[in-house]
Write a protein that binds this ligand. Structure first.
Ligand code: M6R
Length: 366
């Protein structure tokens, strides 16, 4: 059942080239610049006119929501708010019939996410779902939605479900952009062509496993860890930190790299591994200067970089290379080494990778 892998988590990490391909199947036609999202078709006009989108979710799905915020705002130019479902439901949120509320949930059963959607529905919003489990409670109450098609996820740590959620959000962002005319058809064709090649790039990224395992061996005894990124790599940093916390029981925090100097920089010393997402994209130079700040304080830097990078290689103690891709798709690749890192550290520390203590796969109580 684990397909020859020692753990479901490892199997599910390796499935990501296939799961993203399944998620894209029948939904993109790059040569024609066409995106087909069956469920959203009826809401084309609504998406064209909408003033605000609110995303509600918990845990890893909330991180996917944050990536979605970057994508939808950048390409579709619609303001997006991303909320923890548990906070949203109890703070008398301001919602009107003009809003679209999107719930993201792997299981489709998370109690807080479900309750947040019910409130949004009561107040007249249009509600969408991005779920993995077909026919679960959330997809049953939503007006429309898109399944992630990642296949069953057994490991408690969400891996392939996260990248599939981000894939769906990428499709939604470009779909909105097309409806609203915030992207040119030629640019859309370029993006969809690149998106079509992502499963192959994921395949290549998965080759970093041995390298990550070596790095994990060096840092397995650290009791703290910082993950830093900017732009859409900030939610990737949050996700890396959550993975490490939940399966390795190592205290980890994710931060936007520039926030470091507002507090967390005080934590940096020779025992603090700092993992940077430092790929070659729009925030590269800024991240490079954040790496210098950490180095100057004796921190130990591990960086995820774009293949062929030399500048960060010279500064970091360890680098992990991932293939070059457009800014829009970096989260889909940069997440993978962080999944491997938490997997190996957990294993080396003797933790139960697939069923970490105190956690359940779906949180059906509030
Ligand atoms: O099924 P959901 O996506 O609604 O679950 C949300 C969270 O409980 C879930 O992502 C949790 O944080 C995972 N264990 C993270 O790996």
């Amino acid at each position: 059942e684990k397909g020859g892998y020692d753990h479901f988590m490892l199997k599910e990490i390796y499935e990501q080239a296939r799961s993203i391909r399944d998620c894209l199947r029948g939904r993109i036609y790059p040569a024609q610049g066409k995106i087909q999202l069956g469920g959203l078709q009826e809401y084309k006009e609504k998406l064209k006119m909408v003033d605000r989108i609110i995303i509600v979710a918990c845990g890893t799905s909330w991180h996917a929501g944050l990536v979605g915020e970057y994508l939808i705002e950048e390409y579709g130019r619609v303001p997006v708010e991303v909320e923890y479902a548990s906070e949203f439901r109890y703070r008398n949120p301001i919602i009107t019939h003009k809003d679209i509320v999107i719930a993201i949930s792997q299981s489709g059963e998370t109690a807080d996410t479900m309750a947040a959607l019910e409130i949004a529905k009561e107040r007249g919003a249009t509600i969408f779902g991005i779920c993995n489990v077909v026919g679960a409670s959330i997809p049953r109450i939503t007006d429309a939605g898109a399944y992630t098609h990642a296949g069953p996820e057994i490991g408690v740590a969400s891996t392939k479900a996260f990248t599939a959620q981000v894939t769906v959000l990428t499709l939604i962002a470009f779909y909105i952009a097309q409806q609203r005319g915030t992207i040119s058809q030629s640019k859309l064709i370029e993006f969809l062509t690149e998106l079509d090649s992502i499963p192959a790039l994921v395949e290549r990224t998965l080759q970093c496993n041995n390298r990550v395992e070596e790095i994990a061996a060096r840092f397995k005894d650290s009791n703290n860890c910082l993950f830093l990124g900017r732009g859409s790599s900030f939610p990737v940093a949050l996700e890396g930190a959550l993975k490490l916390k939940e399966i390795s029981y190592v205290h980890a925090e994710g931060y936007p790299a520039a926030e470091m100097k507002h507090g967390p920089i005080a934590l940096i010393d020779a025992d603090m591994p700092v993992i940077f997402i430092a790929t070659k994209n729009s925030s590269y130079e800024k991240v490079v200067s954040n790496i210098q700040e950490v180095k100057a304080r004796g921190g130990r830097v591990i960086a995820i970089v774009t293949e062929g990078d030399t500048e960060v290689r010279d500064m970091a103690e360890y680098v992990i290379e991932i293939p070059q891709t457009d800014d829009a798709f970096v989260p889909l690749l940069a997440t993978i080494p962080l999944q491997f890192l938490s997997y190996h550290i957990a294993l080396m520390r003797g933790c139960n990778v697939d069923q970490p203590r105190n956690l359940a796969k779906s949180v059906t109580v509030e």
